[in-house]
Design a protein around this ligand. Structure first.
Ligand code: NAP
Length: 540
């Protein structure tokens, strides 16, 4: 192995969320000298920041958890089918403590720049605390939903009330009692907080630009018997999740929706609607692939919304139109639609009457002024690339990652990008990422990076880089797979549409986590096919 100067570490991991902690655990176990830098003063990533009322995971608790430790699996007791934010954060804290991960984490430290030293095959990193840190490898574990997006509305500084963002929620309790509250945004965050805040606020205005689809979560407490049954056969559950396309454990119905007569189809959809959460989209294998099949699902969900919302005008406004079901990430809700039957909840259509400005007393749209004591931005994120591109990442020849990705996040396997050797990206664009239970690919990525670095060390190599032809082919493959689906038929963050001026390309890999893992294994078996590995530093 190349001899390291004293002040150099093997791996710098950026971010102490699920991905960063798994990478730290796994790489440190191999004897690598690792350090994590984390901008917050706590572990948890998104689950540390998104503390808004009603925040929960849309993936079932037993699957949205690590599979690397049997002891951890057995000792942790999830209380609900879909865990609340606080329980997930407790779990991540428990993991950090149990495996003594905190000692290698520098908290309150934000990555500012990383510059590749071509002659030495390493990275020089500066942080908000200074630096430099020299690391052979950098692992970006910064999350896909970690750069909050807060649109600028004229007059915001004049508003006299409280202002919050769902993804920058304070740790102190926020009191809604007796207040007039406005929520801007009806994505998953807005959908989750609406019914909870509706129960407390004097009046709630939900400012909606685009109506999206939402599936009932079907929350449930986990009994001791259920917990014991799952834990008795946890490996089988993990295997099922890993081998399902979504990583959620749902094995899609092999049938086309169009094969079934309408009455049977209705029963199948009804069962899935009432039990499966996200699995509803897999009630038939072609719901996200075939427009005609999708149209039938659209009709079904429109009927469901109609059954729930009493007022015909509000009902129509809440009914998504103009894009296929699931093409924009659906929400999973707990009585979101029903909240609009309350006297204290008002839907404000800001597509028809856009927001003009914030005033001292509230929000003025083209239809008039809405007096408010509190405004909550549930306006989402600069998804997939926002946090990766926030620091200056400077690769070969002084080219920044921002420059390289100006037309879209070209990468190989979602893990690596040509011109930026020894830099790995976890669960980012080009990998199944947000199209799946992200925990599955998180663990796959950490293991892949471990195996690659271990192999390089064994062979005394110090530089790895995605080959340009492999990257080009992967980008093409990601695009081709997306064209087999209905995802490109909506304006969504999957397509980079959430931020004006962002490249309009399909960001995640839609080939499924099972297929993706097979590709990773093949790459490994074929001696890291698509990567160049080199010896740069002269031997001592
Ligand atoms: P989001 O899905 O991107 O939704 C943002 C909302 O804000 C949309 O309704 C959007 O309307 C609106 N908006 C954005 N900019 C606006 C503007 N300038 N004016 C008016 N409205 C504006 O963000 P999110 O709800 O935070 O959710 C993001 C993702 O986080 C989810 O898709 C999910 O992957 C994840 N998440 C997961 C959970 C969970 O697991 N339970 C919970 C929350 C979030 P337009 O559609 O018109 O742009």
């Amino acid at each position: 192995m190349t001899k390291m100067p004293k002040d150099m570490i093997d791996v710098l991991i950026v971010g102490a969320g699920f991905a960063g902690l798994r990478a730290l655990y796994t790489l440190r176990k191999e004897g690598l000298n690792c350090r994590v830098i984390e901008a917050s003063d706590e572990v948890g990533g998104v689950w540390n920041y998104n503390r808004y009322p009603g925040a929960r995971c849309d993936v079932e608790s037993y699957d949205y958890s690590y599979g690397f430790s049997k002891e951890l699996e057995q000792e942790w007791r999830w209380t609900e089918r879909y865990a609340q934010q606080s329980e997930i954060l407790d779990y991540i804290r428990h993991v950090a403590d149990k495996f003594e991960l905190r000692k290698d984490i520098e908290f309150s430290t934000r990555l500012e720049s990383a510059t590749y030293n071509e002659a030495a095959a390493n990275w020089t990193v500066t942080t908000s605390r200074g630096g430099p840190i020299t690391a052979r490898f950098v692992v970006m574990a910064v999350g896909q939903l970690s750069k909050p997006k807060k649109p600028d509305f004229p007059g915001e500084a004049h508003f006299q009330g409280e202002v919050y963002h769902s993804a920058l929620w304070p740790r102190h309790p926020v009191d809604f009692i007796g207040k007039r509250v406005g929520i801007i945004g009806t994505g998953s965050s807005g959908v989750q907080m609406t019914p909870v805040i509706a129960e407390k606020a004097a009046h709630l205005c939900v400012f909606q630009r685009t109506a999206n689809y939402s599936i009932p979560a079907c929350h449930a407490h986990i009994s001791d018997a259920e917990d014991a049954a799952i834990k008795a056969d946890y490996p089988a559950r993990r295997e099922q999740a890993r081998n399902s396309p979504s990583g959620l454990g749902f094995i899609p119905n092999k049938k086309s929706l169009l094969e079934d007569p309408p009455d049977v189809r209705e029963q199948v959809l009804e069962r899935a609607w009432n039990r499966l959460g996200f699995g509803f989209a897999l009630a038939y294998h072609d719901i996200l692939l075939n427009e005609e099949a999708n149209d039938r699902v659209v009709e079904f969900v429109h009927r469901k919304i109609a059954e729930k919302v009493h007022d015909p005008v509000v009902r129509e406004k809440l009914t998504p139109r103009g894009f296929p079901f699931g093409a924009m990430r659906p929400s999973v809700d707990h009585r979101f639609y029903e909240a609009f039957n309350r006297d204290n909840v008002e839907l404000v259509d800001i597509k028809e009457h856009p927001i003009v400005e914030f005033t001292a007393n509230g929000i003025r749209t083209k239809a008039g002024e809405y007096p408010l004591d509190m405004i909550i931005f549930a306006t989402g994120f600069d998804v997939f690339t926002g946090s990766i591109l926030a620091p200056a990442i400077i690769g070969r020849g002084g080219v920044t990652l921002r420059e390289k990705w100006s037309d879209g996040p070209a990468n190989y396997l979602g893990l690596s990008t040509t011109g930026f050797p020894n830099l790995f990206i976890m669960v980012g664009p080009g990998s199944p990422s947000l199209l799946s239970n992200v925990l599955v690919s998180t663990e796959d990525h950490a293991d892949f990076i471990r195996d690659m670095i271990t192999d390089m060390n064994a062979r005394d190599l110090d530089e790895v880089e995605a080959r340009p032809d492999a990257e080009q082919k992967w980008v093409q493959h990601v695009n081709e797979r997306s064209q087999e689906t209905l995802y490109p038929k909506a304006r969504s963050y999957y397509m980079g549409d959430e931020v004006p001026g962002k490249p309009h390309v399909f960001m995640p890999y839609s080939g499924g986590v099972r297929g993706y893992r097979r590709i990773l294994h093949k790459v490994m078996e074929n001696q890291w096919e698509g990567f160049d590995m080199r010896k740069v530093n002269a031997p001592d």
